[in-house]
Design a protein around this ligand. Sequence first.
Ligand code: SAM
Length: 233
Amino acid sequence: MRYSLESASDYFGSIAGSYDSLIRRAVPRYGEMLARLVDFLPPAAERILELGCGTGNLSLALAARYPGASLTYVDASSEMLMVTGARLREQDPEFAARGRPRPCRFEEISPSDGPFDLVVSSISMHHVADKAALYRTVHALVPPGGTFRWADQLRGGSPQIHERIWTRWLEFCREPGNCSEEEIHSLLEHAETHDHYTPLAEHLRMLEAAGFAPVDCVWRDGMWGVVTADRGR
Ligand SMILES: C[S@@+](CC[C@H](N)C(=O)[O-])C[C@H]1O[C@@H](n2cnc3c(N)ncnc32)[C@H](O)[C@@H]1O
C-alpha cells in the first residue's frame, strides 16, 4: 500500500475498508469521544452538515438522534461517501434518502451552501490548514441559534505537553492488540504529511473571532477533545 498519497482524503479513501478497525485501535476512547459529542448536541436540528463523514460512525448516530433531519455529509473521498451512504441506507432508508452526499473539500464549502442548524465533525478539522477561514465559513452557515460541535485531535498547549500527549498516544498504539509497527509507521507518515494540529486555546480563540459565543471544551483525553461553539440568537 502507498502511504504518502497526495491528500488526506486519498489516504483515507485507500484504507476505507480497514478504517473502522484501525480507528478504534489508533484513537484511545474513540467510542466514548463520539458518545460525548452526541451527548452535547442540541435537542433538535433539521438541517445538519457533517464535515468528514469517513465511514459514517457519527452519521449513523446523527440519524438515530435526529430521524426527521436532512443530513449533508461532506468528504473529499468518494469511497468514504459510498460507505457512509450504504450504512445509512441499511440503518434508516428514509433518513438516507433525504441525505446529501457531497464530494468536496471542506475548503470549498461556502456560506451560500447553508443554512444548517447544526454543523458537526469528528477527527477531521485537523486536516485543514486555515481553520480561521473555515470557522468563519461555518459561522456564516449557521443561523442565529445554530451551533457547531466537533471532536478532534489537538496540539498540546506547550512543546513539553505536546510531546507528553504524543508519547502517550504512541504507547496506546503499541498496546497489545492495537497497532502493528507498520500501521504506526503509516499513521506517523500520514500525520507528518497531512495533519495540522492546533492547541485547544487557539481553536477557541479562532472560533470566538469567527463570531461564536459561548465556546467550550466539554471532554478531553490527551490529544483528543470535544468542542462546542454556539451562535447566539
Ligand atoms: C480521520 S477521518 C474521520 C472520519 C469520521 N468522522 C470518524 O470520526 O471516524 C477524516 C475524514 O476526513 C476526510 N478529509 C480529510 N481532509 C479533507 C478535506 N480537506 N476535505 C474533505 N474531506 C477531507 C477524509 O477523507 C476522511 O474520510
